[in-house]
Design a protein around this ligand. Structure first.
Ligand SMILES: [Zn+2]
Ligand SMILES: [Zn+2]
Length: 487
């Protein structure tokens, strides 16, 4: 990736006016100097730009000049499951706050001009909180990734998740950070995350509306239909009959005598109780097909979206509520799980990720002082979604088995750690050139792939390998590690 050079941009000018124009295709945007060593990228060309390409920048300012392209980029960024992307401070450059509530909730502020003075404090706070979260993000997860992501985003922003009425959403509402993380047909996952977050006490719900949804597709658009209990068709005609005592006959509202099987026998008796010579029982319905008459038709909910018919009692009830992050939620966002701590204690020869980060930090410092560079290697199991479901918590045991496999061949000066989140082994090789490290790590990879061949629970037998020379690159060790794992 070409690093954009600093341009002649200054905080004083109110609108972007770049003295040096560069071909947009090669550059992501313009780096803004903030004087504190932060890399803030101003972007006004979104064509062909992927969110992942901005991983290494601390914060982004997005020009809202092309709203559609800008929103696509913003949704991709916030939709990512990499903490370095979805937690990134993002400001929108626009004359006024955008109309769409969804967009307003997904940016950290709207600024009328590229001036860092007004946002640098907020940005610093966000980056500080994100660092805390990034540390925790290396641990194994107790919660489902979507719920974890939502509470981390809200903890970073100290914000509530406010549902937004959205005609494009299946249920009529969007939950900004959750909705951008799922495909539109995966609304079930959004509801699951909301329900689970409320159940676990991470969210304090402020009730807005109760929805009744189709159990098949979660659409809130359906019609209630009367069904003939006899022939099960939905062709019913309803009418209000009159029972005339004197004529012992039933007539319709407009006086036409009709053959009525429900009331004929007892019409006289019924009418004798009142002082008028007719009575008007409740509406009755006649089936167009089989002429069956009933006052108690079956009721079915017909989904206008997927066209399935359900019993009304089977409709899914879902409460739309504004979700305030509770103290428990904020703690869970930063929580290091028990498994992570166990790794340091229970698997001999494997150090915790915190310790690993410390050693990595140390290596990065050593490199800066002119020492021989070290190398970091990552071996990541390419588990399929089915594998992950099948393994569940046993993935921890699998990773420990894999670690046991390679430990005997690890040099005493090397460090090994495990990332349960990324199903990866982290190997630090101080004082080792990349070319030698590749040879060593490739050997480990072959060992692991051999082991996986005999593991029936895992269908994916391949291991992804990343080998990177350790450099002093302006990142913290955690951010450097996270950027490697995000690849
Ligand atoms: Zn019928
Ligand atoms: Zn449906």
């Amino acid at each position: 990736m070409n690093k954009p050079k600093f341009n002649a941009f200054s905080e004083q000018i109110a609108s972007p006016d770049f003295s040096v124009s560069r071909p947009a295709a090669r550059l992501l945007g313009h780096l803004l100097p903030d004087g504190k060593g932060k890399t803030i990228l101003y972007i006004n060309q979104f064509e062909g730009l992927t969110a992942a390409a901005t991983t290494e920048y601390d914060a982004l300012i997005l020009d809202y000049c092309e709203p559609v392209a800008c929103e696509r980029f913003l949704f991709e960024l916030r939709g990512s499951f990499s903490e370095l992307l979805y937690l990134k401070p993002v400001f929108l450059l626009a004359a006024a706050a955008p109309q769409k509530e969804m967009i307003r909730q997904l940016v950290d502020g709207v600024i009328p001009a590229v001036q860092l003075a007004g946002i640098s404090n907020l940005m610093e706070q966000l980056l500080q909180r994100n660092r805390e979260i990034l540390k925790a993000a290396h641990g194994s997860e107790n919660e489902k990734p979507l719920l974890m992501k939502a509470i981390r985003y809200l903890a970073s922003r100290k914000a509530s998740l406010i549902p937004v009425p959205d005609p494009d959403s299946v249920i009529g509402y969007s939950f900004p950070i959750l909705t951008v993380s799922c495909k539109s047909h995966q609304f079930e996952q959004v509801m699951e995350a909301v329900n689970e977050g409320v159940k676990k006490g991470f969210f304090d719900p402020d009730f807005i509306s109760r929805l009744q949804l189709c159990p098949e597709c979660f659409s809130d658009s359906f019609s209630l239909r009367d069904i003939c209990p006899h022939c099960k068709t939905l062709l019913f005609a309803s009418h209000n009959p009159f029972l005339h005592a004197s004529q012992a006959a039933t007539v319709s509202e407009n006086g036409v005598p009709e053959k009525n099987t429900l009331f004929k026998q007892n019409s006289e008796a019924a009418v004798m109780k009142v002082s008028v010579d007719y009575s008007k029982p409740s509406e009755i319905q006649t089936c167009h097909i089989c002429r069956h008459q009933t006052r108690d038709p079956e009721i079915k909910a017909f989904c206008n979206s997927c066209h399935t018919e359900s019993e009304p009692e089977h409709l899914v009830s879902f409460d739309v509520a504004a979700l305030k992050l509770t103290a428990a939620g904020a703690t869970a966002a930063l929580n290091r799980s028990g498994d992570e701590q166990q790794a340091g204690v229970m698997a001999p020869g494997v150090i915790s990720q915190d310790s690993f980060s410390l050693f990595l930090e140390h290596e990065m410092e050593r490199y800066r002082s002119g020492a021989f560079p070290g190398t970091i290697g990552i071996l990541q199991l390419q588990l399929s979604a089915a594998d992950r479901n099948r393994l569940g918590n046993r993935v921890v045991r699998l990773l420990k088995e894999v670690a046991d496999e390679i430990k005997p061949n690890l040099a005493p000066s090397n460090f090994l750690s495990l990332s349960y989140t990324h199903h990866a082994l982290l190997i630090l090789l101080p004082n080792t050139q990349k070319v030698d490290a590749i040879q060593i790590i490739t050997g480990f990879r072959q060992d692991i792939e051999r082991l996986l061949r005999f593991n029936l629970a895992v269908t994916a037998k391949k291991v992804k390998m990343i080998v990177k020379e350790i450099q002093r690159n302006g990142f913290s060790a955690e951010a450097f590690l996270a950027s490697l794992l995000a690849k």
